[in-house]
Design a protein around this ligand. Structure first.
Ligand code: BES
Ligand code: MN
Ligand code: ZN
Length: 510
């Protein structure tokens, strides 16, 4: 993401096209364009395209001016009715504008500050969300396509030219400062989730973690399967045993020297690079989608990419248990009793509930850092997709204020979280006759039971939040700012959480 600014009279702005957004006008009237932009495009009033533009939601038109003009094109996007405006509409409109710019092979795309000031949101939020959505809408995963079906679709990004007569307010400029790093973090997560499981193996994730460590000076620690066994990570090792692909638990640490002894924020991400279900084999329909079962780990790596670029003043640790879940002569089996790193024993009912098996040992491992808080992200349950759909993640934990904070920060960046309860009585369903508890209950309350299972591994004194991202990690339809496929969900929320924790309760580092 490349951003340039041009400050000066509108007549001096230069670009290949300028984005103009407008709310829907009453019948017979022209939509009111944001004031202050006419000076940049004096030809626009003469252009008949404007007469055909109503400003209704999803409308996109291109208006052309004289070829020699400093800005010869306007991309007009409709925002729909003013009363119905929300950030998702806005993201959708900017996504549409950016995609049109790509079709036109626009190299320099202008966005003028007045555009972000006439909206029912703070200019900082409008700027942040508009540019993030527009830029991320152009994401493409083309690594394995050797026949380029459409040259214009290669994911090339225009240079964004931010134009204003006066500089941005400091608060708005600050919002902008983090944006390219956030976008790059989301793109990294999308690349990893998009990659097929024969490429994106645990070793591949480890190599990417190594790249980040080399680039940004993170400490990297890797626990392989034998070491995990020796350490007592029996639940992680049980899942790993069924795969020929070497498993590993990746630990990344970022610690500014003045903060090296602080209690860290720990981010835990599920890294199942392919989930066949194991011996409790999944049906083959849609099984190819299970390459995305490492989206939690991808979100943590994406967040570390942001951390490396923006260097927040707090200690953060990422833990990513990574393995395939496969059927094999050595695979763990229903009925097996597994001893977790915590010492608690687990009766395996379904080997397809492997996410909680690898996560529980990662959570216990996290405790050795005496965390200020733990946030885990996992494509944990199909039940969460049934309950909330593919745009919304479940959020649960042992601190209501933290759960609420995550949900609020998420909604500001278009990542939707909805709370689920973890009342103690749910644990009844996990009671086992043979071990401390089972790894699954009945079908009822599947996502909550997943959360209740994980809760057994987090002492009450440690604030903890579990994010079930099974729905939004991947989308089968295009969404505002998200092409079909991997979403990179979680990265922006985690970054906002880190940023906010530098100053605000309840995660304040001091
Ligand atoms: N990775 C799946 C969950 C999943 C399903 C993610 C659909 C994304 C889309 C997870 O490991 C799993 O198999 N969960 C089981 C849990 C059950 C055995 C309690 C499920 O959802 O069926
Ligand atoms: Mn599974
Ligand atoms: Zn899984």
């Amino acid at each position: 993401m490349q951003i340039e600014t041009q400050i000066g009279p509108a007549s001096t702005w230069r670009a290949d096209a300028l984005v103009l957004a407008a709310f829907e006008a009453a019948a017979g009237e022209r939509p009111p364009f944001v004031a202050g932009l006419n000076a940049a495009l004096p030809w626009l009033a003469l252009c008949p395209a404007v007469d055909d533009f109503s400003g209704r939601a999803k409308q996109v038109m291109v208006a052309y001016g004289p070829r020699s003009w400093s800005i010869p094109r306007a991309i007009l996007v409709g925002l729909g009715k003013f009363e119905q405006w929300d950030l998702d509409r806005w993201r959708e409109a900017l996504s549409a504008a950016f995609k049109t710019a790509r079709e036109l092979k626009i190299e320099r795309l202008a966005l003028a500050f007045p555009l972000f000031q006439g909206l029912p949101a703070t200019p900082a939020a409008a700027l942040d969300e508009g540019l993030a959505a527009g830029s991320l809408a152009l994401y493409r995963y083309r690594e394995h396509q050797t026949r380029d079906r459409d040259e214009a679709e290669t994911g090339r990004q225009p240079t964004l030219v931010l134009c204003g007569e006066a500089p941005l307010e400091p608060a708005d400029a600050e919002a902008l400062r983090d944006l390219p790093a956030e976008v790059a973090g989301v793109e990294l997560a999308r690349d990893l989730v998009s990659g097929p499981s024969n490429q994106v193996t645990p070793s591949y994730l480890r190599a990417r973690a190594q790249d980040l460590a080399d680039t940004y000076g993170f400490r990297l620690e890797v626990i392989d399967r034998e070491q995990a066994e020796a350490l007592g990570m029996g639940a992680f090792a049980a899942v790993a045993r069924g795969s020929r692909e070497p498993a590993c638990c990746i630990i990344l640490e970022y610690a500014p020297s003045a903060r090296a002894a602080d209690p860290p924020l720990v981010l835990v991400g599920k890294g199942i690079t392919f989930d066949s279900g194991g011996i409790s084999l999944k049906p083959s329909a849609k099984l190819e989608a299970m390459k995305m079962d490492m989206a939690g780990a991808a979100a943590v790596l994406g967040t570390f990419h942001v951390i490396g670029r923006l260097r927040p003043d707090r200690r953060i640790i990422g833990i990513m248990p990574c393995t395939e879940n496969m059927p094999d002569g050595k695979a763990y089996k229903p009925g097996d009793i597994i001893r977790s790193l915590s010492g608690q024993t687990i009766e395996v009912i379904s080997t397809d509930a492997e996410g909680r098996m690898i996560l529980c040992d990662a959570l216990t491992y996290a405790l050795r850092f005496e965390p200020a808080a733990i946030i885990d992200l996992a494509t944990l349950t199909g039940a969460c997709v049934v309950a909330l759909g593919e745009r919304v993640a479940g959020v649960m934990g042992n601190r209501d204020d933290l759960v609420k904070q995550v949900a609020e920060l998420g909604s500001a960046v278009g990542e939707k979280f909805w709370p689920l309860p973890l009342w103690d009585f749910y644990f009844e369903d996990l009671k086992s006759d043979a071990a401390d508890f089972k790894n699954v209950g009945e079908r009822k309350a599947g996502s909550i039971i997943g959360g209740v299972f994980l809760k057994q591994f987090v002492p009450d004194r440690i604030p903890w939040v579990h994010l079930d991202i099974a729905g939004p990690a991947w989308t089968d339809r295009e969404l505002p700012g998200i092409p079909k496929g991997a979403s990179g969900f979680g990265v922006r929320t985690l970054w906002r959480l880190i940023r906010q924790s530098l100053t605000d309760a309840p995660l304040n580092r001091s």
